[in-house]
Design a protein around this ligand. Structure first.
Ligand SMILES: Nc1nc2c(ncn2[C@@H]2O[C@H](COP(=O)(O)OP(=O)(O)OP(=O)(O)O)[C@@H](O)[C@H]2O)c(=O)[nH]1
Ligand SMILES: [Mg+2]
Ligand SMILES: [Zn+2]
Length: 286
């Protein structure tokens, strides 16, 4: 048996990398292909190309489907227009699974100050923000953030995840979409693939998506406030120690929203996620 890393999955086949070679494997009878993800560390028979065991995971994301990552690079751009609901949920999923989220504003060549300021104002207290352009060769900050970590790109279709991957890894076989295709709402990248940048540095390109179901979050509604770092510092000023910043009176978060210090859109999205999680909890707890 040999140890390897699953770097790509297509239909029922898995590309497993081990000591510089890549093996196309299938799972051994009892292992179901559905239970194996890109990012999994596996044991496999390198003669029969059978995966026989999947090691315990640090984490597993369903969207994008990848396991064991350290960092999720949420890519956004001025075109297509950002889906803030998706951004907030991706950030939440990252925090819930102990994965570091980074917000990467791409297509800097197409952005204006107003766009940048809105994003920075809303998210600067939440996560690290970097600005890049896949049209530019200078991606030092992004490359630096990737160093010695397993990262994956995530976000809407056509924001430039594959274009950035190609800039960082010129030899990677990734397809970059044409705008006509994007306008028809088609995904260019159709699978998740993990590329090796360096011995300890991996980057996954993934396919874009538009929605993320908060029901998949591994938390209950009353835990939600703790996953909003931008709200947390107000909690001690709220009247109630367990304030959820929804229906309570004398809430410092609500005051900060009213004063324009916290972004109203982000707060409204928080309330929606809170209500949906609460409904889910009530359903499961009679
Ligand atoms: N002007 C400009 N265009 C860019 C930039 N980055 C990507 N694009 C263009 O945006 C389009 C979409 O890029 P992709 O890399 O295919 O987008 P994606 O996020 O991988 O999309 P999916 O694979 O469908 O999820 C292409 O036409 C790219 O050339 C950028 O920094 N500036
Ligand atoms: Mg792509
Ligand atoms: Zn409050």
């Amino acid at each position: 048996m040999v140890k390897g890393l699953v770097i790509k999955k297509l239909a029922d086949k898995f590309w497993v990398k081990s000591e510089g070679s890549t093996y196309i494997c299938v799972p051994k009878g009892t292992l179901k292909s559905k239970g194996i993800y890109v990012g999994d560390n596996v044991l496999f028979d390198n003669n029969l190309n059978h995966i026989v065991h999947v090691e315990e995971r640090k984490s597993l994301l369903i969207r994008p489907p990848i396991s064991n990552i350290d960092q999720i690079i949420i890519v956004i751009a001025p075109i297509p227009k950002p889906d803030f609901n998706l951004i907030d949920k991706l950030i939440l999923f990252s925090f819930c699974y102990g994965i570091t989220p980074v917000l990467c504003i791409n297509k800097l060549d197409l952005t204006d100050e107003k766009f940048l300021n809105t994003i920075i104002k809303t998210y600067k207290e939440v996560l690290k923000i970097i600005k890049v352009s896949a049209k530019d060769n200078n991606l030092i900050e992004l490359k630096d953030i990737l160093k010695n970590k397993i990262s994956c790109f995530a976000g809407q279709s056509a924001v430039g995840k594959s274009a950035l991957t190609k800039r960082i890894l010129p030899n990677a076989t990734v397809e970059i979409g044409e705008l006509s295709k994007i306008e028809r709402g088609k995904n260019t990248t159709r699978h998740t693939e993990l590329f090796e940048i360096d011995k300890d540095t991996f980057l996954a390109d993934t396919s874009g998506f538009t929605s993320l179901d908060e029901k998949l979050l591994p938390i209950s509604y009353f835990e939600l406030p703790f996953y909003y770092p931008d709200f947390l510092k107000y909690l001690e000023k709220c009247k109630y120690r367990s304030c959820t910043h929804t229906n309570e009176s004398c809430c410092a978060v609500k005051d900060a929203v009213k004063a324009g210090i916290l972004d109203n859109g982000r707060y409204e999205r928080y309330k929606t996620i809170f209500e949906n999680l609460k409904k889910e909890w009530q359903k499961n707890h009679g």
